[in-house]
Write a protein that binds this ligand. Structure first.
Ligand SMILES: Cc1cc2nc3c(=O)[nH]c(=O)nc-3n(C[C@H](O)[C@H](O)[C@H](O)COP(=O)(O)OP(=O)(O)OC[C@H]3O[C@@H](n4cnc5c(N)ncnc54)[C@H](O)[C@@H]3O)c2cc1C
Length: 362
């Protein structure tokens, strides 16, 4: 395995910002991972596991450790017809959307609404990717990972993965597990997930869209929002949605509505969009909060900005530094807190930010 020094990380991320990794290598199997871990341990270096870099903000100073890019290939069916359910093992380095395409073309239902999400199949369980009413954790049956604490390969069941809204055991125990392979349980000839409002609107009048139709609808909707990677669309030079949708209690919701009305942030009869969340809580739309705190789509902040198509995506407008992205993030957080008293938490993972005064999130 080739271990390189001082490798610029920006080209390995979709946001395209950030400095170099002190050491960098790509692993296509377990032996490479063992080699990288022992190299890093011998030098007391922290290790960061990199997938497709689509949920990352790398500091301008880079990362003073070992970046291990996971390139484990392979999509392998584990069950054969006539099984109604299909169990498929996917290497962590497989491009996520290539896996979705594989499933849709074989009429396997369960991940079609997750079409077009960038990144790898190994990155998918980490933040439990979700879109248009589906989450990866709903169809993941097991994850095989290298447990760097126990220094052995382990198999985690779905329950042990502890999937939650944009989270899992892999993000909670940051850096502990290196995902090697994920097993999905999909439904042969199952009905597609098309219940989400955007999809219902798209298919108005069409009763039973096929998996392929749902996939193509999702890709079209994502493209219109700059949420599909496209070298010709500068609005897709992002890390996807930059903030999680905040979840508040009903009391907090009533208080923030009152505060926003009293301060004239919203009109007396204006409603704040909200959705039911688990445990009787309320989920707010981060994009709406941002747009009602003095920002609009296309807002420019030096070479960073807000996407012209989606208020939740911070973009590199061309040659942006990581500090510009983080400075815009903080500005948005401050204004949303001032307008609504709501804390917006970032969705991407930050690496190399020890000197910025906020805890590195991996
Ligand atoms: C245009 C755009 C649209 C997006 N739309 C969505 C969306 O609709 N829904 C959604 O949920 N996300 C979305 N995202 C975010 C992103 O695509 C997902 O979070 C994706 O799963 C990240 O995977 P990755 O391989 O790129 O991970 P990376 O960005 O490389 O890493 C992210 C985290 O996962 C860890 N990681 C990656 N691979 C492994 C591994 N093999 N083992 C252990 N840890 C690993 C990293 O250490 C890091 O902590 C979008 C991003 C972009 C740029």
């Amino acid at each position: 395995m080739l271990i390189r020094e001082n490798v610029s990380l920006a080209p390995f991320t979709t946001l395209g910002v950030g400095g170099p990794a002190r050491f960098f290598a790509a692993a296509s199997d377990e032996n490479h991972i063992a080699e990288a871990l022992s190299f890093a341990r011998a030098r007391s270096l922290p290790v960061f596991t990199l997938g497709g870099g689509s949920n990352l903000v790398v500091a301008d100073a880079g990362f003073h450790g070992f970046v291990l890019k996971i390139e484990i290939p392979g999509i392998r069916p584990l069950s054969a017809p006539p099984d109604a359910d299909a169990r498929i093992a996917v290497g962590a380095g497989v491009e996520w959307d290539a896996f979705v395409q594989y499933c849709v073309s074989r009429n396997l239902a369960g991940v079609e609404a997750l079409s077009g999400i960038p990144g790898t199949a190994g990155g998918a369980p980490v933040q439990n990717i979700g879109a248009y009413g589906q989450e990866a954790g709903e169809t993941i049956a097991a994850v095989h990972a290298w447990d760097t604490r126990a220094d052995k390969i382990v198999e985690l069941t779905r329950a042990e993965c502890a999937f939650a809204y944009r989270g899992s055991v892999f993000s909670a125990a940051a850096g502990r597990y290196i995902v090697l392979q994920t097993e999905f349980l999909l439904q042969k000839n199952g009905r597609p997930g098309a219940q989400y409002a955007d999809l219902r609107k798209y298919f108005a009048g069409s009763v039973n869209p096929s998996l392929a139709e749902v996939r193509s609808a999702v890709l079209e909707i994502r493209k219109s929002k700059g949420m599909l990677l496209d070298p010709n669309d500068s609005d897709s030079r992002s890390a996807g949605s930059f903030f999680k949708n905040p979840v508040v209690s009903r009391d907090e919701f009533a208080a923030l509505k009152q505060k926003a009305r009293a301060a004239g942030v919203i009109a007396p009869d204006e409603a704040i969009p909200c959705f039911d969340a688990p445990e009787g809580n309320i989920k707010l739309a981060a994009a709406w909060l941002i747009e009602h705190s003095g920002f609009s789509k296309g807002y420019a902040h030096g070479r960073a900005g807000i996407s012209k198509k989606h208020a939740l995506a911070l973009v590199n407008r061309g040659g942006a530094s990581s500090s510009e992205i983080v400075s815009l993030m903080k500005l948005i957080q401050e204004r949303v807190a001032a307008s609504f008293g709501v804390a917006l938490n970032p969705e991407p993972v930050f690496i190399g930010f020890e000197t910025w005064g906020f805890k590195e999130k991996r």
